[in-house]
Ligand binder design. Structure first.
Ligand code: AKG
Length: 246
């Protein structure tokens, strides 16, 4: 059971960090599955994977469509995770998507500013991302950053990112310059829980250290998808992919 201040932080700031959620052993077990996930994604031509300029995998989305068992799946459905997520959402929850943001050293790509719910289209916002650090992740190696409190302002207009990995973005100029930007400083095993409408992003990884995040997205039992908006979003994703193919 998480404390009231932990939950309050989530709703006040739009994100909250839980330290040492997973042990080194648990993180090692995730690493033991990464290579087979990469191979499977490549073999099955997952349309939602993206490579860096030196041909390393940067992002793999929709992993749960291809991988049905193993340590990563066990972790995503573990009591430990579900308890925290259900505590935050205040209702039963289940996994909706699993992604890796592998962000290799030197060439790892940025994730432009966005709100996840612009992609997910969940009407009552009963959904969140759990960002699990499998390496150190911070300001220096392209760690995720957040604009505190921006989940309270509703969805902002997004435009095509024309970048791989995150198809839509919020232009920086739409943001109030006074809003505080925070880079959580994570050790392997730490976990960020972020609201589906918090504005966030990450910079390129110019450092000498890979920045590896396993991102599990959960939705509450009352979450309902706005199908019309989802259809329109999917068209935009296609547009972005077509732009990148040119
Ligand atoms: O890991 C990153 O660089 C971006 C992650 C992200 O956008 C997310 O978890 O929603």
């Amino acid at each position: 059971m998480k404390s009231d201040s932990f939950i309050k932080n989530f709703y006040d700031k739009g994100f909250v960090v839980a330290k040492k959620v997973f042990s080194k052993k648990e993180i090692r077990s995730i690493f033991s599955q990464i290579n087979s996930i990469k191979k499977k994604s490549i073999k099955l031509k997952n349309p939602n994977m993206h490579f860096t300029s030196d041909n390393k995998l940067n992002t793999i989305h929709d992993i749960n469509k291809y991988v049905k068992s193993g340590p990563m799946i066990n972790l995503s459905k573990s009591k430990k995770m579900l308890n925290i997520v259900e505590n935050i959402l205040g209702e039963k929850a289940k996994v909706r998507n699993i992604e890796f943001f592998l962000k290799p050293k030197k060439t790892g790509m940025r994730a432009p500013l966005h709100q996840d719910n612009y992609y997910w289209n969940i009407k009552n916002k009963k959904a969140l991302n759990a960002w699990i650090a499998c390496s150190k992740a911070n300001y220096k190696n392209g760690g995720v950053y957040y604009y505190s409190g921006t989940h309270k302002g509703g969805l902002k207009k997004h435009i095509l990112s024309k970048e791989p990995g995150s198809s839509q973005k919020i232009p920086q100029k739409y943001l109030n310059k006074k809003i505080k930007k925070t880079y959580p400083n994570l050790e392997p095993g730490d976990c960020i829980f972020h609201h589906c409408e918090i504005i966030h992003g990450s910079k390129r990884n110019n450092s000498n250290l890979d920045r590896i995040g396993l991102v599990i997205s959960y939705k509450g039992s009352s979450a309902v998808i706005d199908k019309k908006k989802l259809r329109s979003y999917r068209k935009k994703v296609k547009k972005n992919l077509n732009f990148l193919k040119k």
